[in-house]
Design a protein. Structure first.
Length: 242
């Protein structure tokens, strides 16, 4: 994102909308600190930021590496060229009840690094992926961050990614229920060494009576959770039943 200095009148209306404080006022003109900007695109949405001079726009360079990494993982409206996935993760993070990718006897794990509202670097994401790779986790192929990995078996990322900061990145994988306790133990341990926040998602198929099959074990492991769901009122069905 860039601000046209000739158009800008220094009103400062855009400044509070930047989630990371990358917009500064200097010599009565607003400008964007490119190293701080995560390319979320919020300041350029005219239905949000009412710039009276229409001085904020998106540079074409934002879709070129390595800048594009910030764009694709910070702007929920961006469409990943490599994976054809909009947003930061795959649809199964939200609507497994329709797609059925996570089967009975399995749990899907989503680790939303940098969320809520803090942001992250891929150096921090790599701390988590390397720790999980140590117990044999295989990452979801259709998840955008997998395409930035240098070695998925080791959980390492390419240097271009590790130099990038983003609003958030979602680590996704599926494991058998029998491996859930060990996996959550590793996540809890590595959380002590990362310099950001993350939200932990667990995706599972409900029992026929609507109960969560791993609820008791999660409680036993000391995890408090909030059951969320995107209900489709019976209009969706898994594409492939067991």
């Amino acid at each position: 994102m860039i601000i046209n200095a000739e158009k800008c009148v220094g009103c400062g209306i855009c400044i509070p909308y930047c989630p990371v404080g990358a917009i500064k006022l200097n010599n009565k003109k607003a400008h964007i600190e490119l190293e701080e900007c995560l390319e979320c695109g919020t300041c350029g949405r005219d239905y949000i930021v009412k710039c009276p001079q229409n001085a904020i726009k998106e540079s074409a360079d934002v879709y070129e590496r390595p800048r594009s990494i910030r764009k694709y993982f910070s702007d929920p409206m961006a469409y990943h060229v490599e994976t054809k996935v909009p947003g930061r993760g795959t649809e199964e993070v939200k609507t497994n009840d329709v797609t059925g990718r996570v089967k009975k006897g399995e749990v899907g794990i989503g680790i939303e690094v940098g969320r809520p509202c803090l942001g992250t670097s891929y150096v921090e994401v790599e701390k988590i992926t390397k720790a999980l790779a140590g117990i044999g986790i295989t990452y979801e192929e259709d998840n955008p961050i997998t395409h930035l990995m240098e070695d998925p078996e080791k959980g390492t990322f390419i240097e271009e990614a590790k130099k990038s900061r983003v609003v958030s990145a979602i680590i996704e994988f599926t494991i058998p229920v029998s491996k859930m306790a060990k996996t959550l133990e590793v996540i809890k341990e590595v959380s002590k060494s990362i310099d950001t926040v993350f939200s932990l998602d667990l995706i599972s198929r409900l029992e026929s009576d609507g109960t969560i099959p791993v609820e008791r074990e999660l409680t036993k492991l000391g995890f408090e959770f909030r059951p969320n769901a995107k209900l489709n009122l019976g209009l969706g069905r898994p594409l492939k039943e067991e």
